[in-house]
Structures are given as C-alpha cells and as structure tokens.
Design a protein around this ligand. Structure first.
Ligand code: PMP
Length: 404
C-alpha cells in the first residue's frame, strides 16, 4: 500500500508549452532568443569562479546602464519590489523620517514599505499624470526633514517621466538621501526635464544627478526574464547603510551580507549568503551586454523616436494621451485616456484574443482611466507601434459595435 494520499496531479502530465505573445504591456517585455538561450546554459555553482566573474560583469553592466562609478552596485535576487525594499530597509532605521513623492502607485508602495519598518512617513501627493516642481520638493524636505526621499523616474502607472535635475542637490542640502526608482525608465527614457523649460535635458545619470540609491528591474527595457533587479548605492548612501545602530529587518536584503556576496566590501573571502538564481544571472548578463553593444544613447534615442511615432499615431486615430505635457511623457510606457463609452477590459481582452498582444489597463490611481502600452527594449520599434495601432483600431471598431 502506498503511503501517498495526494496523487500525482494529472495537469502535470500535459507537456508544457508557453504561449507566444506580443508583450506590449508595462512589463514583462518579450525576451529575445539570445537572452533566452543564455538562460538555458547549464547550471554552475553560485560560488564558482566563473559565476563570480559573471556577477562582476553584471556589476559593470549596471554601472554602465546607471552611469555610475559606485562600487556598491549589485543585482538583487528578486523583482523590482525586492530592490525597493532593499533600498528602504537598508537606508532607514525605525523612527527615522521618509518622504515619498506620490504621483502614481510607486510612491504609495514605497510609503507602505517604509511604514512597515516603523519609519515616520510623509508623502507629497499630486494627481495621476502630474509631477512635482523642485520648489515643492524643497519645501516638503524642509518641513518633514526625512533621511530619505523617494521619487519614481518612470511612473509606469501614470506614464510620467519625472524631472531629476537639481533634486539630488536639494536632498543633500537637507541632509537627506535621494532614492530613485527607474524600473520602467532605465535604458529607455532619454527625455528629462529641467526646472525652467521642461525641455529635453540630461538623461538618467546616477552620479551627475546626485542620486544616492537607484534601482531597476530586469524585465522591461533590458528584456531579461523577471526576477533580478539592479541596485546601486552612492558613497553617501553607504555611509548611512553601513553605520546603522540596528540591523535591517530583512536578513535576505541586508546589504552587509549582499556587499560581501557581490565582492563589494573589499574582504578577501566571499561567504555564502543565498543561492543566486544562476540562470537568471546568465540572462541578465546577456541583456546588459546587448544594451552595452547598442549603446545607451542609441537606446534612449530609439525609445524617444518610437514613442513619438506611437503618440502621433494614437492622436491621428482620435485617441487622447493621458499625460498632457509632451515632455513629461514616459517613452517606455504610454498611457492612453480610456476611450469614453468603451469598457477598457473589453478592449484589452479583445486585443489579447484576436491579436495575441498584451496591453493593459491602469494601475493604482489610474485604474479605469487609462490603457497602458509598453514598448521596451527590442519591442521599441515602429513595427511594434504599427501592430498596436492596428489592434486598437480593430478593437475600437469591434468593441464599439458590440455595445451599441
Ligand atoms: N517600479 C516601477 C516603476 C515599476 O514599473 C514596477 C513594475 N511594474 C515596479 C517598481 C515593481 O517591479 P516588479 O513588478 O518587478 O516587482
């Protein structure tokens, strides 16, 4: 008699084949064959010398993508949220102040994470689709005196790219660390606004813009599978992170351990901390190699041109862009005002069913208000734009008819 009471599941007898889809939502994006192939290479030990070399390559690739010389640059084993928690959990101690800029869901989430570790959290809030002036940020920092200020560069829930110039200096004037989320913008957001003119200015550049902690994700412009997240800490951030009175609440995300694991602490021996997601690191390395081959500036330029082509096509169809200010539109994730009279869910399902193409609805404060289309990395091409426009045209024809 078998002691097994739960039989082997029948569903697992079926051969698994993942559907082929155009991943044009806000992420994950399509993973090109070269990156998939890298992830299919044989597993080696997470402490083998070849793996340590791969980690070192990843570190260099992230330094390039972030434009930073920071030694404390690693990839966290986990998604964008893991990097978010890594930043906040390491930089903030219970009772310390955090200020988050909320112009979409990510500032809300950062506030919740900081609250969970017992920080004193304040937020500045603006409407979905908006952003903050340097003066507003300056005033809020003076009032709340936080140790950390959180800002999202590419607000994927609202489609806004936030100005960065000058904010690092303002934070430092107030003795505060500047934490920036670039999950949805890294490698894809060339536009950046200055205080005066909202003109296209300096691109994302960690060191020049005085960003103290910057993190991203693997599954957007990098086109790697979800599950690894680049993060980097400035010297100023390290001073705070490595001189804490209390240990960070998370062992897994403790930068003292991770710094050693990534060979960033200058110690001769690396101590086992966790088993790195070996295949995911292969893929991440390959994705960073592709970005380096293409060149960051070319990638910014392509995303900009493709976004402009897309936005023009949408307006020609009579659709409206959610972000009114042209220069504040995120080139990677476009938010389209949900067409009046339509059920946005019907549009996204119709497009998935008939065009095998993912676009999505809103998130957080933009739910019900927008459709979101992400064209990132290899997906950022005029051919992809044409495909999305055709799918939308078709959906508007069909979904409208079904409602009348
Ligand atoms: N920040 C931004 C701006 C994002 O777009 C996302 C992913 N949509 C995240 C953070 C969280 O990343 P993940 O889903 O990989 O945890």
């Amino acid at each position: 008699m078998s002691s097994i009471t739960v039989p082997p599941p029948k569903c697992l007898q079926k051969t698994f084949v993942a559907p082929r889809r155009h991943m044009f939502g806000p992420g994950p994006s399509n993973v090109p064959p070269r990156i998939l192939a890298a992830g299919a290479e044989p597993i080696i030990g997470h402490m083998h010398p070849e793996m340590l070399e791969i980690m070192s390559d990843i570190k260099s690739g992230i330094q390039y993508a972030f434009q930073t010389q920071n030694n404390m640059t690693i990839a966290v084993s986990g998604t964008g949220h893991t990097a978010m928690e890594c930043a906040i959990f390491n930089a903030v101690e219970p009772g310390e102040g955090v200020l988050t800029a909320v112009n979409g869901i990510w500032g809300e989430r950062a506030a919740e994470m900081a609250e969970r570790i017992g920080a004193r959290v304040n937020s500045i809030v603006t409407t979905a689709g908006g952003y903050f002036t340097s003066e507003e940020i300056d005033r809020a920092l003076a009032k709340h005196k936080p140790v950390l200020f959180f800002l999202t560069h590419g607000e994927s829930s609202t489609g806004v790219v936030h100005p960065l110039d000058g904010i690092g200096d303002i934070c430092h004037k107030h003795n505060c660390l500047f934490l920036v989320d670039c999950v949805a913008s890294m490698g894809g957001a060339p536009l950046h606004m200055d205080k005066q003119g909202m003109k296209g200015g300096a691109p994302l550049h960690m060191d020049k813009q005085g960003i103290d902690i910057l993190y991203s994700g693997s599954q957007k412009v990098l086109n790697a599978p979800p599950g690894t997240a680049p993060i980097s800490f400035s010297e100023r951030a390290c001073q705070k992170v490595f001189n804490r009175k209390t240990k960070p609440v998370s062992f897994f995300l403790d930068m003292t351990w991770l710094a050693n694991y990534w060979g960033c602490d200058g110690k001769p021996a690396r101590i086992y901390h966790h088993t790195a997601p070996v295949s995911a690191f292969y893929s991440l390395r390959e994705s960073l190699a592709i970005l380096a081959e293409q060149g960051l500036e070319n990638s910014w330029q392509r995303h900009k041109e493709v976004a402009e082509y897309f936005h023009e096509g949408l307006e020609n169809m009579g659709l409206k862009l959610f972000v009114k200010d042209k220069n504040a539109r995120l080139p990677t994730v476009t938010t389209i005002v949900a067409p009046p009279g339509y059920d946005w869910k019907e549009i996204t399902s119709y497009i998935m069913k008939n065009h095998n193409l993912e676009i999505s609805g809103g998130l957080g404060p933009s739910v019900g208000q927008v459709l979101r289309v992400g064209l990132m990395g290899g997906n950022s091409s005029k051919a992809s734009v044409d495909m999305v426009l055709e799918a939308l045209r078709d959906a508007l024809r069909y979904c409208h008819k079904s409602k009348v």
